[in-house]
Design a protein around this ligand. Structure first.
Ligand code: CO
Length: 342
């Protein structure tokens, strides 16, 4: 069965010294340690050990072949967003990695496409960079789930989402810069506890602020990691909405009304969670996302979905058909051509 992985990351093999270029510390740098291995450094601190599949298109495609993934959509890693930096620096960094994503995709034998990144602290610059990237061949954009204290319902960010809808850009929301980290200094708890809460916060903010009521239905937006804690706690949100006017915010409808306004990926690592997610969101709203090639990703992309006991028609939707809708690939790639891509 065909598969499209919409959540996968890359790092180029090298890039300029950003700290020197911008005159500010702790920009991500890559330090190659031995053949095929490297560490992403933030100043003197080790951020993440990575391997060559991050930057080597041949290795990537080989691994996709092994896992039965036909098309992979790559995006940068949130550590490169720079939303807390001067916008001009974040823009230059975005342009550098956006062009690198296209370069890597071009070497992927037609099986790699990309999402760009934008300096989301500056709405105008973000809109311009998105337009440039869409013209250059990106399928959409990956954004962080907040900019400092601003959640996705911030008027500037909503303006950017409008622009994404107008440009036909798919939006992948990735949690980052996790809340409460001073209470989670150990055990990867920012990733296991705070990340899902960040994603839930973003979805709830878009619902109860009324942003989904304002945004056009043509906006295609997807939340990583199964939408974090959202699906499991939708009943709690719904209950608050029904009984406490203050919890309704400016939303026109109860929260469950909005589940057909967004997608979530399948990175939940548990068959019961996957079934529940599909039941809650609907079979048209879950797309394959592996978080390849990072350590918290699915080791064999698509394994959870393929090994599920869901009906074949649902598996096919989650593995590829929903992603074709989310990425609008059917409208940009003709049926004949699609055979070649997939
Ligand atoms: Co990810």
């Amino acid at each position: 069965m065909r598969a499209i992985d919409i959540h996968a990351h890359f790092f180029p093999e090298s890039w300029p010294d950003l700290a020197a270029r911008f005159g500010s510390p702790d920009w991500p740098a890559i330090k190659h340690t031995e053949k095929g291995k490297a560490v992403i450094m933030l100043g003197e601190r080790e951020f993440r050990h990575i391997h060559a599949s991050c930057w080597d298109p041949e290795l990537r495609v080989e691994e996709m072949e092994r896992n039965g993934v036909d098309l992979q959509v790559i995006s940068s890693t949130p550590v490169l967003f720079g939303y807390e930096r001067p916008a001009a620096h974040a823009l230059e960094c975005a342009q550098m990695f956006n062009d690198a994503a296209l370069e890597l995709s071009a070497q992927g034998r037609g099986r790699l496409r990309s999402l760009c990144q934008v300096p989301l602290q500056d709405v105008d610059a973000s809109c311009k960079e998105l337009t440039r990237c869409m013209r250059a061949g990106h399928l959409g954009v990956q954004i962080g789930n907040h900019v400092g204290e601003k959640n996705l319902d911030d008027p500037g960010i909503v303006t950017f989402l409008h622009h994404c809808a107008d440009e036909g850009a798919a939006v992948l929301v990735h949690p980052w810069d996790m809340m409460g980290q001073h209470r989670m200094p150990k055990y990867m708890m920012p990733w296991t506890v705070a990340m899902p809460a960040e994603t839930q916060l973003s979805i709830v903010a878009l619902i109860v602020s009324g942003a989904f009521d304002q945004l056009p239905g043509k906006l295609r937006i997807c939340f990583a990691h199964g939408g974090g804690s959202f699906a499991f706690l939708l009943g709690r949100l719904e209950n608050a909405w029904k009984h406490h006017p203050v919890a309704r915010g400016r939303s026109e409808h109860a929260p469950s009304h909005y589940v057909n306004r967004f997608y979530v990926d399948s990175a939940v690592f548990d068959q019961r969670a996957l079934r529940f997610l599909i039941e809650t969101m609907g079979a048209d709203r879950v797309v394959l996302g592996s978080d390849y090639p990072f350590p918290l990703g699915e080791e064999r992309a698509g394994k959870l979905v393929r090994e599920s006991e869901l009906p074949a028609a649902v598996i096919s939707k989650v593995l590829s058909e929903n992603a074709l809708q989310f990425l609008a690939l059917e409208s940009t790639i003709g049926a004949g051509e699609r055979q070649g891509v997939l």
